[in-house]
Design a protein around this ligand. Structure first.
Ligand code: SF4
Ligand code: SF4
Ligand code: SF4
Length: 593
């Protein structure tokens, strides 16, 4: 264990292990030093200079996010041992910070009035705290083109403050590294190699860069106008489905505590927005388990190919298509719950309601920006109709609710429409890393063993660790499973599989660290929150708690799923199920221009 060091911060004795930076030592002792570029565990580069502190003695000003605390030293005059003395908030520091913010804003497009991050922007809130109006150095702006090439996001370098958090998320968390700083000084910008458009490079659409961006420089491509237009069209029957994790995060946009399950209010809000059907994509998640589980059982009986990879996470699927095309046959052919939801709405539901599928508009609310890309995959449709017409993120839904004049706090709890409104606990936990694996194991084990499981909790695959492994004996077979979240972990795992160091039968991969609860379309939280709260664990707890409290915890026992198979699809893995609910993948060129 590292030696503990005591220092004085703002006159308070603070203690932290040797090697800890000043900003972390302060944070651990209840003092929050402002910063724009620092994000715990991801980005500590001392570039924004907002976290400057005074270190008494010869050292002067230091960037707290990179400067380590030091052990007591003998005073040069008296020889007495003196603790390192740090000041975080003197008038001189306040002036320096204000000057830094003024300089940042002098090269910034200050269109706060309509900015997607107004109200959640870390630059805006610091500017307000420090009383910065940016007039001293003029109001300029970079006047560079806004990058709109991809289906999932907008990159506006006019609002970029060069904190490089996005670069770190893309490289360190995702091991994609498709964006980087280019140029020097005031002309520095974050861009792709050779200034290529994002759409022409191997970006996997995960949106992890968006969730860490402190400003409005990065945001999802907003598709809410299309939803409003569909809702206003009397010739359209507009249905909406919400992904498992959205209920665990949407409340954050309305000030609810992180990890609050707001399923009932979310349903009520969607109904007030005017959707003709308000459904749970979790029901489709249960169907996914039936199809994916059946596929896995088939592979067990056929002796492979192993491992079988889950295919629910479109960022992961795209990553596999770019970086591991030789593993495409290992991806489950089952569509994601979003894809299955859309396909069943335009077939089973349309038939049941007697509506022409052409008149149905399917809207999905997803934790994920990559779902926008997935929705537009040509493979995801039937008879020339896309499975999903419009995919919006949790953040976009929150904006629709606000724009729809709906008072969140006054919403009652309502239930999903029954035709696609019952889901098992297994489906709810899809939203957390390990959840799909656990849901599949509950079904696969019961089917293979032909008896009820005594224990439904597969706790070894739970938790936020990047890679988890377990072996379960099912019907006399030692089934080896692994779970990875965050694509850098996925890459590590696949390399171990490729080298023969590891063997698994079944592997769950989620593109976003922690799974969908931390997806690229989820509510943003500032560094002051992210540095102190494990968002992934708190949000996931909401889903596991819901599962634990339920009587229906297995996908194959869901009565709605049983009815869909009994009356429409036949058996899991049937010809009809394959036609509607399975897909294929394509090897992708990394650079197309
Ligand atoms: S990024 Fe922040 S400071 Fe800049 S326009 Fe948007 S809200 Fe305002
Ligand atoms: S969406 Fe994902 S892959 Fe694309 S630039 Fe952002 S972090 Fe990188
Ligand atoms: S795009 Fe956002 S996260 Fe990336 S460097 Fe600019 S401000 Fe920082």
């Amino acid at each position: 264990m590292a030696e503990m060091i005591k220092v004085l911060i703002d006159g308070k004795v603070c203690e932290a292990p040797a090697g800890t930076t000043i900003i972390e030592c302060a944070r651990l002792n209840g003092i929050e030093i402002p910063s724009l570029c620092y994000l715990k565990g991801l980005n500590a580069i001392g570039s924004c200079r907002v976290c400057l502190v005074e270190v008494k003695g010869a050292r002067g000003l230091a960037a707290a996010c990179v400067y380590p605390i030091e052990p007591p030293r003998p005073d040069r005059v008296t020889g007495e041992m003196k603790m390192m003395e740090i000041r975080t908030n003197t008038p001189a520091l306040q002036k320096a910070r204000k000057g830094t913010l003024e300089l940042i804003l002098s090269n910034h497009d200050q269109s706060c009035l309509s900015c997607s991050r107004s109200g959640t922007c870390e630059l805006q809130s610091l500017a307000a705290e420090y009383g910065v109006d940016a007039t001293r150095f003029g109001v300029g702006g970079k006047d560079v083109p806004v990058e709109t090439s991809s289906l999932h996001m907008i990159r506006d370098n006019n609002k970029c403050i060069l904190c490089r958090r996005c670069v770190a998320a893309c490289k360190l968390n995702q091991d994609v590294g498709v964006i980087a700083p280019v140029g020097r000084g005031i002309n520095t910008r974050i861009t792709c190699a050779f200034d290529m458009e994002l759409n022409n490079g191997p970006c996997v659409s995960c949106g992890q860069c968006i969730t860490v961006c402190p400003t409005g420089a990065l945001h999802e491509k907003d598709n809410t106008d299309e939803v409003w237009a569909a809702l206003a069209d009397p010739t359209k029957h507009v249905v909406v489905g919400t992904a498992p994790s959205v209920r665990a995060t949407l409340g954050e946009c309305f000030g609810d505590e992180i990890g609050t399950n707001v399923e009932g209010k979310m349903v009520a809000a969607l109904r007030r927005l005017g959707f003709d059907g308000v459904f749970d994509v979790d029901t489709a998640a249960d169907v996914t388990i039936m199809e994916e589980g059946t596929e896995f059982i088939g592979r067990v009986k056929a002796g492979g190919p192993f491992p079988m990879f889950t295919s629910c996470s479109p960022g992961w699927v795209k990553f596999c298509e770019y970086y591991y095309p030789d593993y495409l046959e290992n991806l489950s052919t089952a569509k994601s719950p979003q894809g299955m939801f859309g396909a069943l709405m335009k077939s089973y539901y349309a038939q049941k309601k007697g509506i022409d599928p052409k008149d149905i508009v399917v809207v999905s609310v997803m934790p994920c920006t990559a779902k926008k890309f997935e929705a537009k995959r040509p493979e995801l449709g039937n008879d020339g109709l896309a499975d999903i017409d419009i995919s919006i993120t949790t953040r976009e839904l929150s904006r629709m609710i606000k724009k729809g004049n709906i008072v969140w706090d006054k919403l009652p709890d309502e239930e999903f429409d029954p035709i696609f409104g019952i889901a098992s606990g297994a489906a709810h936990i899809f939203g957390a890393t390990g959840g799909v694996m656990e849901a599949a194991l509950r079904t696969v084990a019961e089917i293979l063993e032909n008896k009820q499981l005594e224990k439904l909790d597969f706790t070894e695959v739970r938790g936020t660790k990047g890679i988890k492994e377990a072996t379960y004996t099912v019907a006399g077979i030692d089934v080896k499973v692994a779970v990875a979240s965050g694509l850098s972990n996925a890459r590590k795992l696949i390399e171990m599989i490729r080298s023969g160091e590891k063997f698994y039968h079944f592997v769950e991969i989620m593109a976003c660290p922690g799974g969908c609860v931390n997806g690229g379309g989820q509510p943003t939280q500032p560094a002051s929150v992210r540095n102190n709260v494990d968002l992934r664990a708190k949000r996931a707890a909401a889903l596991y708690n819901e599962d634990a409290a339920m009587g229906l915890r297995k996908s194959h026992e869901n009565p709605v799923v049983k009815e869909i198979y009994d009356t429409y699809l036949g058996e899991p893995g049937s010809h009809k199920a394959h036609e509607l609910l399975h897909t294929h993948y394509v090897a992708r060129e990394k650079y197309t221009k």
